[in-house]
Design a protein around this ligand. Structure first.
Ligand code: GLV
Ligand code: MG
Length: 359
């Protein structure tokens, strides 16, 4: 038998905080990764508070095995000594099958659990991984006397994880969201790429060969169009997350210098329904903030449609286009996001406030 639905609202350990019934829609356009064991990077963290929605202390891949403990200790130190104000603090712990994952959780929750908003768990394969973390967090929260639950974010980066994506999202009321992990996912699927996120020039479709006198000219110049390697996975993530009231994110884009390619990948994810992406370098924070904030034009249009639609039923014509119940709902999604972001971003607030909606 599966658990009763009501059980999801009871803590998994005596004295642990009650699970949340809804995951708050806190802005998280950019999740900025830093290595807390790298002194140069760590020193920059306090100055980034307030400039990025999420700061994430990374303990997993990109931290060398011999530095794992130093990074863990560094994160404890940074969390204790930094006032994060409006910025969320997340961590990415080591995977559950690694020698460090357990110590990460048993150290971080008692030491800095009151500062941690979300724990990102890598290489999640199925609901069993989330159940393990869920119970362990409840035990540790109870012991630490925490008064709010720490949320869990899973990275989708194994073939089995993708196959189980819906059950992963449903596995605990702590589930906050999912990120695409294109690098590990490519390796696990045996994809023939050697990159961290982004497209590939070989993954394309080609225009049909032109015909001359009925003969196909296969050698003629034919346009090619690069396709998106990640479309299928992101689309699955978005549906699974929307179904469970949690949030999908693009993951890392490794080619830091290719700010244009990065913006395109992030925008594809935004248009499909993602709320944010990872940032591996401060330049990517600006890209994510730009992409994952609705444009002034979109917000202006959305407000216009909402105003014209009155009670939201029926249909109206605006600039030659039909708008109805369904398009007004899309407009409400856009405006709701704009309002959430305006509440924490004064620049955006100014830009959105300046919009005039024609009568
Ligand atoms: C991220 O962790 C990735 O593997 O892409
Ligand atoms: Mg990975």
């Amino acid at each position: 038998m599966t658990r009763s639905a009501k059980d999801f609202f009871a803590p998994l350990a005596v004295g642990a905080p009650a699970p949340l019934r809804e995951i708050p829609a806190r802005p998280s356009r950019a999740i900025h990764f830093f290595d807390p064991g790298n002194e140069k990077m760590a020193a920059k963290v306090p100055a980034m508070v307030g400039t990025v929605d999420v700061l994430l202390g990374n303990l997993e891949d990109a931290v060398k095995a011999e530095n794992k403990e130093r990074s863990r200790r560094g994160l404890v130190e940074i969390a204790r000594t930094t006032d994060f104000g409006p910025t969320q603090l997340w961590t990415r712990v080591n995977s559950l099958d690694s020698p460090w994952g357990l110590d990460d959780l048993t150290t971080l929750v008692p030491e800095i659990g009151d500062k941690l908003d979300v724990v990102m768990v890598p290489k999640v394969q199925g609901a069993e991984d989330i159940h393990y973390v869920d119970r362990l967090l409840a035990q540790l929260e109870a012991k630490a006397g925490l008064d709010r639950p720490i949320l869990v974010h899973a990275i989708l980066e194994t073939a089995r994880g993708v196959a189980n994506v819906e059950e992963i999202c449903a596995a605990s009321p702590r589930m906050q969201g999912l990120s695409l992990g294109p690098a590990d996912l490519a390796a696990d699927r045996r994809m023939k790429t050697t990159r961290v996120g982004g497209g590939h020039p070989g993954y394309l479709v080609r225009q049909d060969a032109p015909r001359v006198d009925g003969q196909a000219q296969y050698d003629a110049a034919r346009a090619t169009y690069q396709q998106d390697l990640w479309h299928y996975t992101i689309a699955r993530m978005v549906d699974a997350c929307a179904m469970h009231g949690i949030y999908p994110y693009y993951g890392p884009f490794g080619d830091i210098a290719d700010t244009v390619g990065c913006e395109d990948q992030f925008r594809n994810a935004f248009l499909l329904g993602c709320v944010g992406a990872w940032s591996l370098h401060p330049t990517q924070v600006a890209i994510a903030h730009k992409v994952f904030s609705p444009s002034v034009e979109d917000v202006a249009h959305a407000r216009r449609v909402i105003a014209a639609m009155g009670d939201g039923t029926g249909a109206v014509m605006i600039d030659g286009k039909m708008e109805d119940d369904a398009s007004v709902k899309q407009c409400r999604v856009m405006v709701a996001l704009a309002e959430e972001l305006a509440a924490i971003d004064p620049e955006l607030k100014k830009a959105y406030d300046a919009i005039e909606v024609p009568a």
